[in-house]
Design a binder for this molecule. Structure first.
Ligand SMILES: [Fe+2]
Length: 481
């Protein structure tokens, strides 16, 4: 005999659960939900698009359909899929910045608007100035969306985050005892990121006591999967070759290029192709080739020897011969003409369609700032700051840190489209992880430990390449040392 259990949840409880995730529920959906278990309601919430404000019956039906979706069907085995690369976004030839005060105002406004729009799909933020004018009942929950203007710790050890929108500023207090998880989350908040805060107000409306902080973050896994194209081919991700340095590992590099065989369609390089000149004090002592153009000629020799069927993408890093302010344009023609003609040169950052997969390439200099300002982060695990970038929906939030940000009209660091792969380098440690079905690849380096790294006690993981099957997103980190 079968026993049917009818779950009966209280209306208030259901409304509360949805409200905590930023959704309202319409009465018809509520009737359906009353017969659902707590667990399945949580599953449904995960499947709802973050752009939805009021959940209706149609969204619950979409949940059932999404549950049946087979996310990643591997492509049929082909001898060698046609290699296709298209640039989706890139700063090259789009730079507008002169560096005047008004450029900065426009740049930050664009950042606030794009990231604020992502947050507005989940919470309805009130203008900060309106909180001070209205006589709000104490205890009423209000939400705001703002850019982090200042972060302080109070005498009693609480966190005080000042948020700014286009109307004003307000300090937001995160109590160290009331909600330890929230307090821990607040320790990772960075200057100039855009966040949402929900909480109650002081009687004069001049201080918020937060009980929830949200970041723009990625949509739910199911929604990411539904938007994805079918991809194919095998791609190899590398970065930080540093040709021209005495510590460039030529033997390992030649072993790597010998290994590049028929099954590989793409080679993606996330910056620091050469070691450059004058990048740090006394760099000349560490150089085998002291002329930057000769460094590129040597790099071109190495890369031109890669099997012809492999399509190569090159994005610059802070050691390359382009402007240091980010976003950086692609390498200049004087350099690109040294390389074979079929290489795709892009700026930093750049989003590309590679074999049907969206690949966001960013050299990763902002990781210096993210690691320095986030308790518990270190250079030994580069994927943690990369996952934070996906949560910020921004590659380099801190202004005034190690990254020199050029105030372009558009904020090219905003992660507008969700990538399949986020590929970085810069920190010289290899690591791969997944966050909400986005693969984060840091591809290490082809340079052994430098004198500078010895002094800083940084241990690189050189001569690694990450091989990704774009059809399945399965990966392997290969060693060539
Ligand atoms: Fe590097």
């Amino acid at each position: 005999m079968f026993m049917y259990i009818i779950w009966s949840m209280e209306t208030g409880e259901i409304v509360q659960i949805f409200a905590e995730s930023g959704y309202q529920v319409d009465p018809q959906a509520l009737e359906v939900l009353k017969r659902s278990s707590h667990e399945s309601i949580q599953d449904m919430i995960k499947s709802i698009d973050s752009s939805v404000l009021v959940v209706g019956k149609e969204h619950l039906r979409a949940h059932s359909a999404a549950a049946a979706v087979k996310f990643r069907e591997p492509a049929k085995k082909e001898a060698r899929p046609v290699a296709l690369i298209a640039v989706i976004s890139d700063i090259t030839n789009q730079s507008t910045c002169i560096g005047e005060y008004t450029d900065f105002v426009q740049y930050f406004k664009h950042r606030y608007n794009l990231l604020g729009d992502m947050l507005r799909k989940r919470i309805s933020g009130r203008p900060i100035e309106s909180l001070k004018k209205r006589n709000l009942n104490t205890g009423e929950q209000v939400s705001i969306i703002g850019m982090v203007l200042d972060i302080r710790t109070t005498v009693k050890g609480h966190r005080l985050i000042e948020l700014e929108d286009t109307t004003g500023t307000i300090p937001v207090l995160i109590h160290k005892e009331k909600d330890k998880e929230l307090f821990e989350q607040a320790r990772g908040i960075l200057l100039d990121e855009v966040i949402g805060a929900t909480g109650t107000l002081s009687i004069d409306g001049n201080l918020m006591f937060a009980n929830k902080i949200i970041r723009p973050d990625l949509p739910n896994v199911q929604n990411i999967a539904l938007e994805r194209k079918k991809a194919g081919g095998k791609a190899v991700f590398i970065s930080d070759i540093h040709v021209g340095s005495r510590t460039f590992l030529e033997d390992a590099w030649l072993k790597f290029t010998d290994w590049l065989g028929d099954e590989i369609s793409y080679l993606v390089i996330a910056g620091d192709v050469v070691d450059g000149i004058g990048v740090f004090p006394n760099q000349d002592r560490e150089l085998a080739i002291t002329d930057v153009y000769e460094q590129y000629e040597k790099a071109a020799e190495y890369l031109n020897a890669v099997p012809e069927h492999i399509k190569i993408v090159i994005s610059p890093g802070n050691h390359d011969a382009v402007r240091q302010a980010e976003p950086q344009p692609r390498l200049p023609e004087k350099i690109t003409r040294m390389f074979r003609g079929d290489i795709t040169f892009v700026g930093n950052p750049a989003m590309l369609d590679i074999g049907g997969a969206r690949v966001l390439i960013y050299h990763g200099r902002s990781m210096d700032d993210i690691i320095a300002n986030t308790p518990g982060f270190s250079y030994s695990d580069p994927t943690r700051p990369m996952i934070e970038m996906l949560k910020f929906r921004h590659l380099s939030p801190i202004y005034g840190g190690r990254v020199s940000i050029a105030p372009e009209k558009k904020d090219h660091f905003v992660i507008d489209l969700v990538p399949d792969i986020l590929h970085c380098g810069h920190v010289h440690t290899a690591g791969v992880s997944r966050y909400k079905d986005v693969l984060t690849v840091n591809s290490g380096t082809w340079q052994s430990q430098t004198e500078f790294q010895k002094r800083m006690n940084l241990r690189p993981t050189p001569a690694k390449a990450t091989l990704v099957d774009l059809a399945t997103m399965e990966y392997r980190i290969l060693s060539f040392d």
